[in-house]
Design a binder for this molecule. Structure first.
Ligand code: BG6
Length: 494
């Protein structure tokens, strides 16, 4: 076997956790199926459970059957098994790291992985600094060299100061270049397409500014509630869980200037500029331009579901938001005066993520004058579950009467893909092994996103109000509709 620059052992802390079973193992399986992983590659799942390797393999196989997007082929599974291991360790016990270190060097011999590591922290956030510290103390990181990388799941801090403290501890051990902060939205196929759509099509980029765009809407709705994550959600709410990361990342890609080139740093530089241009909220503007809500009981697909406050590990008097809608201003030259409306919520009517660009109306003469209404041009970037691009424009309806109607051009990306689009984690895991951090967030992106989100959290703290509830299975509180109605606009339905 020749050594590949991507050769490494991926050490997954949290090897028996939900994320590993639902996302990481299926992603590794599908990469194996596509033969996309280097030959010199192994995976060690590290968990606190005292189970034998066989029992772990059984659990992993069951997880694949349940969560893999492709059917599990026993031949591919057998190939993955040859490089998948389980090792028990307590995350704050030095003995476990000592054993792990020995085990990893044995595997280096067997798989030719040359001491290269990707440490993937798929654990509760309180363990992020603990594990990084222990890896350092047990000489498992050859101080900041390129052969040792760390992947950090969210949440990256709970506010600006905790994020800063966490970042400092991580970057004392791993360099920024070797720190991969995951935002799984960036691995989604259509999100990677946003820059292409904008910067490879003159028809879009030439009108991508306040002169032609009326408003932009970024929506991500979920049908599920908080599931078994009540304890975490009570600390985060929709603002920290979805807006601080995924929603703001979408906004940066839509609003950024063209980068000087396609290098990771040039792209990140432009994204940071957008985050710095976000107008922060004051208690007054938060009151006026942000709507929060919490789901009450309701029906989803005809079945009754309980209210947020009745979920496990949620306070009966919880005031945590499960829905948030906000009107954001990007105060720079390109976007002055164009509102960005963002909304995200759990227990809504549909699962969907979509970005809608509504163009300005033409002068109200000619057709508008004669027919009374003209629909605006709308560009919709559908991120999930349907992936594609939709453009609405006006034509004359065929026939003897003169009627103008909106029609659309619709590109369905996942209808075209032979194989379904890869899951975000497949792309992201591959990028880590290849040392490409373009789809991961740089520290100053995280920092500036926190600054913005903290302006909202602080405003809420000074003006605590009882949250409106919305029935599960609806589009959130009525006030979210009014947020746009008072601007003579409307949400375009996902
Ligand atoms: C996670 C949030 O980051 O994203 C979850 O913590 C949310 O609360 C999930 O459900 C949504 O991801 P997706 O890919 O299903 O839109």
């Amino acid at each position: 076997m020749g050594t590949d620059a991507r050769a490494c052992i991926m050490v997954i802390f949290g090897g028996t956790g939900d994320l590993t079973y639902r996302k990481l193992l299926p992603a590794l399986y599908n990469l194996q199926a596509k033969n996309a992983m280097p030959d010199n590659f192994a995976v060690v799942a590290v968990g606190r459970r005292d189970i034998q390797a066989d029992a772990y393999m059984d659990a992993a196989y069951k997880a694949l059957q349940q969560f893999s997007r492709t059917e599990v082929d026993p031949k591919i599974w057998a190939q993955l098994c040859e490089r998948l291991y389980y090792q028990k360790a307590n995350f704050n016990d030095d003995g476990g790291y000592y054993d792990l270190k020995l085990f990893l060097s044995e595997l280096d011999e067997k798989h030719g992985t040359g001491g290269n590591r990707v440490y993937y922290l798929a654990v509760a956030p309180e363990y992020f600094p603990v594990i990084v510290e222990k890896l350092y103390q047990n000489s498992m990181v050859k101080n900041r060299t390129t052969s040792q990388k760390v992947v950090i799941e969210k949440p990256f801090g709970r506010d600006l100061s905790s994020a800063r403290a966490l970042n400092q501890r991580i970057t004392e051990v791993f360099s920024e270049e070797n720190t991969y902060r995951i935002d799984h939205y960036l691995g989604k196929e259509m999100i990677q397409n946003i820059m292409v759509l904008r910067f490879a099509n003159v028809v879009f980029e030439s009108v991508w500014n306040s002169q032609f765009i009326d408003n932009i809407q970024i929506s991500s709705s979920e049908i599920v509630g908080v599931e078994n994550r009540g304890e975490y959600f009570e600390q985060s709410g929709a603002l920290r869980d979805m807006v601080q990361n995924h929603m703001l990342q979408l906004l940066t890609l839509i609003a950024m200037e063209p980068p000087a080139n396609l290098s990771t740093e040039s792209i990140r530089d432009e994204k940071v500029k957008v985050l710095k241009a976000l107008e922060h909220f004051t208690p007054q503007t938060a009151q006026e331009f942000i709507v929060r809500g919490q789901y009450g009981a309701g029906k989803i697909d005809g079945k009754k579901v309980r209210a947020y406050r009745a979920e496990e590990k949620v306070s009966l008097i919880s005031n945590v938001e499960t829905f948030v809608a906000l009107k954001v201003n990007v105060a720079n030259f390109r976007w002055a005066g164009v509102p960005f409306y963002i909304r995200t919520g759990k227990r809504m009517q549909n699962k969907g993520t979509e970005i809608i660009v509504q163009f300005k109306r033409l002068p109200q003469i000619l057709y508008f004058k004669d027919y009374g209404t003209l629909h605006p041009n709308i560009l919709s970037i559908k991120i999930q579950p349907t992936e594609g691009i939709y453009f609405q424009f006006n034509v004359k309806e065929p026939g003897i009467q003169n009627k103008i109607v909106p029609v659309n051009m619709d590109f369905c990306q996942n209808c075209l893909a032979e194989d379904n689009s890869p899951e975000a984690y497949e792309k992201l895991l591959l990028d880590v092994t290849q040392g490409d951090s373009t789809l991961f967030t740089r520290w100053d992106e995280v920092e500036n996103a926190w600054k913005f989100v903290e302006s909202i959290a602080n405003a809420w703290q000074t003006q605590p109000t009882a949250l409106p509830t919305y029935a599960a299975g609806t589009w959130g509180p009525l006030a979210a509709e009014q947020l746009l109605v008072k601007d003579q606009r409307q949400w375009w339905q996902v």
